[in-house]
Design a protein around this ligand. Structure first.
Ligand code: 5GP
Length: 174
């Protein structure tokens, strides 16, 4: 599609970042290009039109995408934050990184029970991050409407780490 080609043309590929052997896909040139950013934000919600009430962005690049897409869609944003940032009572989900663990948090009670939440992030790699976000949303009493990412690294099989039956969309897959 036109959007796919536009976003891909702005992607930067960085060899050996953050460590040797990793080819990092850098979206900052996409964010910096008005046409590409706008098209990407709309592409992330289009497959789920009418099936979500709010967008959840995963800190930090997911915040940019969720915020832009939420304005276009006329819905609110739920920030899914790294541990220790939110001031009120939180739910926390830990997930594995290559070395060690990390945790994501949301404010409990931030949304009404049953709210349909579309989770947005920049990259689906092993799937650990988005899977933790999905567990948080479910534990909070909301419904995961789906997962939408700009880029899926298909060889890492992140889809298989997501809860069974969860619909996942990626604009670009490598
Ligand atoms: P996962 O938990 O799926 O293994 O990793 C996904 C998280 O790592 C995402 O939040 C994403 O921001 C980051 N990530 C992993 N690989 C890349 C990459 O090549 N480019 C970018 N921009 N982020 C990545």
């Amino acid at each position: 599609s036109e959007t796919r080609a536009l976003v891909e043309s702005r992607l930067a590929l960085i060899p050996d970042f953050p460590e040797p052997g990793v080819l990092f896909r850098d979206l900052t040139p996409v964010f910096a290009d008005g046409a590409a950013f706008h098209a990407l934000a709309e592409a992330l919600t289009a497959p789920f039109a009418g099936r979500f009430d709010v967008l959840a962005g995963v800190e930090a690049r997911g915040f940019l995408l969720a915020a832009a897409a939420s304005v276009a869609a006329g819905v609110g944003v739920l920030p899914i934050r790294k541990a220790g940032k939110l001031p009120r009572a939180v739910l926390r989900e830990e997930y594995s990184l290559e070395y060690g663990t990390a945790a994501l948090e949301v404010h409990e009670g931030e949304l009404p029970p049953g709210t349909r939440v579309l989770i947005v992030d920049d990259v689906l790699a092993t799937g650990g991050t988005v899977a933790a976000a999905a567990r948080l949303v479910e534990r909070a009493g909301w419904h995961v409407a789906g997962v939408s990412v700009a880029i899926e690294l298909a060889e890492l099989h992140g889809r298989d780490a997501l809860p069974a039956g969860l619909e996942a969309y990626s604009l670009l897959s490598y």
